[in-house]
Ligand binder design. Structure first.
Ligand code: DAH
Length: 369
């Protein structure tokens, strides 16, 4: 690059020349070029507004090879005699310091631009309300805790079932009157079609088909019935099924488990009673009642003055069911139960209307933090 007095070099061009080709007549001269370069760099940086451009800028000014700084080092600093090195070095340091600083600041600006071009850090932050678990979820968690604590494991199954699992294998043959109160949503199709399960009991069959005793499972899940919606009914509700089968399970194990559950769920003073009932898949069958958690059994509005609250249906597994899953009814025995989670939640927390559980009105949900 020519160095003629008629064409004054701009500061960038000077970095391509050796120190002794430049007119560095005074010690101050290096510092002057360095400040010119700083000013130039600063101007250039103002047009840099994304990270790709910033990287190009960095390489041009501060890169290891063929940058402004590297050329000054190679062309001026290294070949200079000792007495000049100190001035060149000082000027170079000053330039590098300015470049580093400006580059760092610009980098922060760009990061913020990337995040949100409208971001105003002086505005107060937005406080976001932290949600809570829905009452149904809370009740599920509590019920599952109670049963897993005594060795039950949790399994889940399909909401779309075959009539075989939902009815037949549970000892509810076609035309059996027990199907009447479990009318549901049928899906037409091959092999007898499918239906939305009316209870979680089909998972008793699916589990026993797959594994030999001992079986101890609880099955949480949604179930569906063609009920007309009112204060205590919807077309869908939540259940937990329970099943325990082994070689030596007696009615006492059943009653003991029921008592344990009622005390855990409603408090240590709770007592239970069993009323005879009927389910095709249990024999004998029972409705489990607990002493009222509000009045303790003396009678109040909640228990309709009876002192008792109905909890769930249960019983000893009907040996006929073992026939469907290949268990030897002479060898094995067990108990089962089926709880309505929505019912239990409403009872325990004093909710009177099913729709409240599903409208997701925050004023309602907030009452169960
Ligand atoms: N499946 C029954 C229903 O939805 C509830 C039930 C009762 C389940 C007794 C059981 C049981 O496992 O033993 O009405």
């Amino acid at each position: 690059m020519p160095n003629t007095p008629s064409t004054p070099l701009d500061p960038l061009q000077k970095t391509y020349l050796r120190f002794d080709q430049l007119d560095f007549s005074t010690d101050q001269a290096f510092a002057n070029v360095a400040s010119e370069l700083s000013a130039l760099a600063e101007r250039e940086l103002r047009d840099v507004d994304n990270s790709e451009e910033l990287e190009r800028y960095r390489i041009k000014w501060l890169g290891r090879k063929d940058s402004v700084v590297s050329r000054i080092t190679d062309n001026w600093l290294k070949p200079a005699p000792a007495e000049l090195k100190k001035h060149i070095g000082a000027a170079l340091n000053m330039l590098r310091f300015n470049l580093d600083q400006d580059l760092g600041n610009r980098k922060l600006d760009i990061q913020q631009l990337d995040l949100d071009p409208e971001l105003d850090l002086s505005l107060p932050g937005i406080e976001r309300a932290i949600g809570t678990r829905h009452l149904i979820r809370q009740t599920y968690d509590e019920l599952l805790r109670i049963f897993t604590a005594i060795g039950f494991s949790v399994v889940a199954g399909p909401e779309i079932e075959t009539p075989y699992y939902n009815f037949e294998a549970l000892n509810i043959p076609e035309h059996h009157p027990a199907r009447d109160n479990m009318d549901t949503f049928y899906i037409a199709g091959a092999r007898g079609g499918h239906l939305l399960r009316t209870h979680t009991s089909p998972m008793q069959i699916r589990t026993m088909e797959k594994q030999k005793p001992p079986v101890r499972i609880v099955v949480p899940g949604k179930v569906y019935r063609r009920d007309n919606p009112d204060a205590t009914h919807g077309y869908m509700f939540h259940q937990i099924e329970g099943l325990a089968v082994d070689t030596d399970i007696t009615f006492c194990d059943f009653k003991g488990t029921v008592d344990y559950f009622a005390r855990e769920f409603l408090g240590p003073k709770t007592k239970t009673r069993l009323r005879p009932s009927y389910f095709p898949f249990t024999e004998p069958s029972a409705e489990v009642d607990a002493t009222c958690h509000v009045c303790g059994g003396s009678g109040c509005r909640v228990c309709k003055q009876s002192g008792w609250i109905e909890l769930f249906g249960a019983g000893m597994v009907n040996p006929a069911v073992y026939g469907f899953v290949g268990y030897d009814p002479e060898k094995y025995s067990g108990f089962a139960f089926g709880m309505g989670v929505d019912r239990l939640a409403m009872m325990k927390y004093g909710v009177t209307e099913v729709p409240l559980l599903f409208q997701n009105d925050v004023r309602f949900l907030k009452q169960f933090p």
